[in-house]
Ligand binder design. Structure first.
Ligand SMILES: [Zn+2]
Length: 342
C-alpha cells in the first residue's frame, strides 16, 4: 500500500557555508571550476541525507546546484544577454536589474538533467525536481525581442518541455514548475498562463506539479503580504481553471498565511501539497501545529491526495532551523496518519 500523506519540500534548502554564503538568498558561489562541480554534488548528497534523516518521503536536490530558481535556468539558454541589464518590476512588487531577451530563445543542451541523474543514483525514494514556470520566467526578464509576454511564455514553455522530458527519462518522478507569478497576474494566468504551463508538461508520463506561493520570506514579500488584507483570496482567481488543467499536483502556502482553507475545495480532485511550514520565520513549528494545518486541509482535500509540504523554499534559513522544520513536518504528518488509521 502506498504511504498516506507523503511529505516533501517546496524545493530549496540551505546550502553549506563552504558552498555559498549561508542565510542569504541567491548568494554567489564560493568555489570555482571543478571544485564548484564537486562541491555542488557534495552539497546535494548532504541535503538529501538531511531530508532522509528527517523522514521526508519525496526527496529533492535541495536546489544545491542552482543560485536562483529562475535565472540559473535562463543562463543556460540562448537569446538572453546577461550583460545587457534593465530594471523591471518583478511581480508588480519590487524593482530588480534583469537580463535582456535579445533574440530567439532556445536550449542548446540540457540544464539540470545531469544533476537529476546524480540525485537518482543516490536514492530509490521518489524524487521531485523543480523548474521555473513560463510566466515566472518572463517576469524576471526584459524582453527586447518578442515584445510580447505571451509569445515569450510560449517559447519558454517549449524549452521547458524539452528539459522536462529529459528529466523524466533521467528518472524524476515529479516535475514541479514554480509559478509565484500565478498569484499576481490573474487575467494573464487565465488567458494563457495555464495554457503555457500545459504546453510545458505536454507528453509527460511522470507526475507534474505547480508551486504557487506568496514568495520567500524576504522584505518585499512580507511587506506585500501586509497589504493583502484579512483574507488572501488570490488562489480563488485561478483555481477553477487549474482544476480543469492537466496538472496533477498543486503546491500551496497554507500555514501562517491568511488563505482561507475552503478555497482548496476549488481544486478538489487534484493532489495538493499543503504548505504546513512557514519559511518566513525562524520559529520551528511544533508537530501539533503542523498536524493542525493538515487537519484543516483534510476538510477540503481527500486524504489520498494530500501531501504535507513547506510553504516555499527554505534556502534563506539556517541549516539548524531548516532541519527542525523538516522534522516537525514529518512528525506532524505522522500524527495525522495515526488519526486516519483509527
Ligand atoms: Zn515559493
Amino acid at each position: 500500500m502506498k504511504k498516506l500523506l507523503p511529505t516533501s519540500t517546496a524545493g530549496s534548502l540551505p546550502k553549506p557555508s563552504w558552498l555559498a554564503q549561508p542565510e542569504t538568498l541567491w548568494s554567489p558561489w564560493k568555489l570555482q571550476d571543478q571544485e564548484l562541480v564537486d562541491g555542488k554534488q557534495d552539497a546535494l548528497r548532504l541535503s538529501l541525507q538531511e531530508q532522509q534523516q528527517a523522514g521526508i518521503d519525496i526527496v529533492g536536490d535541495g536546489e544545491q546546484s542552482r543560485q536562483h530558481f529562475v535565472t540559473t535556468f535562463i543562463e543556460h539558454l540562448d537569446g538572453v544577454d546577461f550583460a545587457k541589464r534593465e530594471t523591471v518590476r518583478i511581480r508588480d512588487r519590487y524593482d530588480a536589474s534583469v537580463p535582456t531577451v535579445v533574440g530567439a530563445v532556445s536550449r542548446q543542451k540540457p540544464v539540470f538533467v545531469e544533476d537529476a541523474r546524480f540525485l537518482r543514483q543516490q536514492t530509490n525514494q521518489p524524487i521531485k525536481w523543480a523548474l521555473p514556470g513560463p510566466m515566472t520566467m518572463i517576469d524576471t526578464l526584459y524582453d527586447a525581442h518578442y515584445k510580447s509576454r505571451e509569445k515569450l511564455a510560449w517559447e519558454f514553455a517549449k524549452i521547458l518541455n524539452q528539459e522536462a522530458k529529459e528529466l523524466e527519462a533521467a528518472g524524476v518522478d515529479i516535475i514541479q514548475f514554480d509559478e509565484p507569478a500565478f498569484n499576481v497576474f490573474f487575467d494573464e494566468v487565465n488567458d494563457w498562463g495555464i495554457a503555457t504551463l500545459e504546453r510545458a508538461i505536454e507528453g509527460l508520463k511522470c507526475e507534474t506539479a505547480v508551486h504557487i506561493c506568496y514568495g520567500y520570506g524576504i522584505k518585499a514579500n512580507t511587506e506585500w503580504k501586509k497589504t493583502l488584507g484579512a483574507e488572501w483570496r488570490q488562489y480563488e482567481e485561478i483555481f477553477p481553471k487549474l482544476q480543469k488543467s492537466n496538472i496533477d499536483m498543486i503546491s500551496l502556502e497554507c500555514h501562517n498565511s491568511r488563505v482561507p482553507m475552503e478555497l482548496l475545495e476549488l481544486v478538489r480532485g487534484k493532489k495538493v501539497m499543503v504548505g504546513a511550514i512557514d519559511v518566513a520565520t525562524n520559529t520551528i513549528e511544533t508537530a501539533e501545529e503542523v498536524a493542525n494545518t493538515l487537519r484543516k486541509a483534510l476538510k477540503f482535500v481527500d486524504a489520498d491526495k494530500l501531501c504535507p509540504c513547506t510553504n516555499c523554499g527554505m534556502a534563506p534559513l539556517s541549516r539548524q532551523v531548516a532541519r527542525g522544520k523538516l522534522n516537525a513536518l514529518s512528525a506532524g504528518a505522522e500524527i495525522i496518519r495515526k488519526e486516519l488509521s483509527i
